[in-house]
Ligand binder design. Structure first.
Ligand SMILES: C[S@@+](CC[C@H](N)C(=O)[O-])C[C@H]1O[C@@H](n2cnc3c(N)ncnc32)[C@H](O)[C@@H]1O
Length: 230
C-alpha cells in the first residue's frame, strides 16, 4: 500500500463525523481568509473531501477542487456537482489548465505526502497556472522536529474544545494499530525546515515568500505564502 492507496481507500484519519466536519469548517474559513476578491479563481490542491467547499465557492468566482484519489473525486462530484462554480479535477487536469488562470492556489496538508521532486514539479506548475501577482499558500507543513506525539496532543486539544474528546482518544488507539501508522513508519512524512521550504518556493520563481498563521488546529505546523511576480 502507498499513500495514494491509503487516501483512495477507507481510513479513520477523522475520529468521528464531528471531527471531520469541524476540521473542514476550519480549513474552509482559513482558506477564505486568503481569497483576494469575489471574482477570484481558486485552486484547492489535495482538497480531500472538502466538506465546506460550498462556502468557499460562495466567496470566490470559481473553485477548482483537485484530488488525486478517484474515490474522493467521486464523493466530491456527488456532493458538489450541482454547484456550477465548482470543478472537481484530477492532478492531470490542473496540468492542462491554461497559464495565468488562477488568482490563488492553496495546498493544505498536502506536501508531507509528496517526494521533494514531486513538490518541486508542482511548485513550477502552480507558478505557471497562477496569474501574475497571484498567491500560493502552502499550509500545515511539518517541520522536522515535530513528533507524532505533538500531533496527538494537538488533536486532543482540538477534540476537547470541539466536544469529541472520547472519540479522539478511541481514534488515537485505532491509529496506533492502523495502516496510517505503518505507512508513516514505512514511507515517513516529508518534513521541511522553514528556511528549506521557503528556499524551494523561491527557486520555483515565487517572490515575497513569507510565513503566515497556520491553517487548522496545529500551530506547531507551518504555513507559507508567496506570490508570482507581477
Ligand atoms: C491529509 S489530506 C488533506 C486534505 C485537505 N487538504 C485537508 O486539509 O483536510 C491529503 C489529500 O491530498 C491528496 N493528494 C495526495 N497527493 C496528491 C497529489 N499529488 N495531487 C492531488 N491530491 C493529492 C490525498 O488523496 C488526500 O486526499
Amino acid at each position: 500500500m502507498s499513500w495514494r492507496d491509503f487516501w483512495n481507500g477507507e481510513h479513520a484519519i477523522y475520529v468521528s463525523p464531528r471531527h471531520k466536519a469541524l476540521h473542514y469548517r476550519q480549513i474552509a474559513t482559513d482558506l477564505i481568509g486568503h481569497i483576494p476578491s469575489r471574482e477570484a479563481v481558486v485552486l484547492d490542491h489535495g482538497c480531500g473531501e472538502a466538506l465546506d467547499a460550498a462556502r468557499v465557492a460562495a466567496a470566490c468566482g470559481r473553485l477548482y477542487l483537485c484530488e488525486a484519489a478517484p474515490s474522493v473525486r467521486e464523493k466530491l462530484r456527488s456532493q458538489f456537482g450541482r454547484i456550477d462554480t465548482i470543478a472537481v479535477v484530477a492532478p492531470e487536469e490542473v496540468e492542462a489548465l491554461p497559464e495565468n488562470a488562477l488568482d490563488l492556489v492553496v495546498a493544505n496538508s498536502l506536501i508531507q505526502y509528496l517526494s521533494r521532486d514531486e513538490l518541486k514539479a508542482l511548485l513550477v506548475t502552480w507558478r505557471e497556472k497562477l496569474k501574475p501577482g497571484g498567491a500560493l499558500v502552502l499550509a500545515d507543513v511539518i517541520p522536522p522536529d515535530v513528533s507524532p506525539l505533538t500531533d496527538a496532543t494537538q488533536l486532543l486539544g482540538f477534540a476537547w474544545r470541539g466536544g469529541f474528546l472520547t472519540a479522539a482518544l478511541a481514534g488515537l488507539v485505532r491509529t496506533a494499530f492502523s495502516d496510517y501508522r505503518k505507512l508513516r513508519a514505512q514511507y515517513g512524512l516529508a518534513t521541511y525546515a522553514a528556511e528549506d521550504a521557503m528556499a524551494l518556493v523561491r527557486e520555483a520563481g515565487f517572490v515575497e515568500v513569507r510565513r503566515d498563521a497556520n491553517f487548522g488546529h496545529n500551530p506547531h505546523r507551518m504555513t507559507f505564502k508567496a506570490n508570482k511576480p507581477d
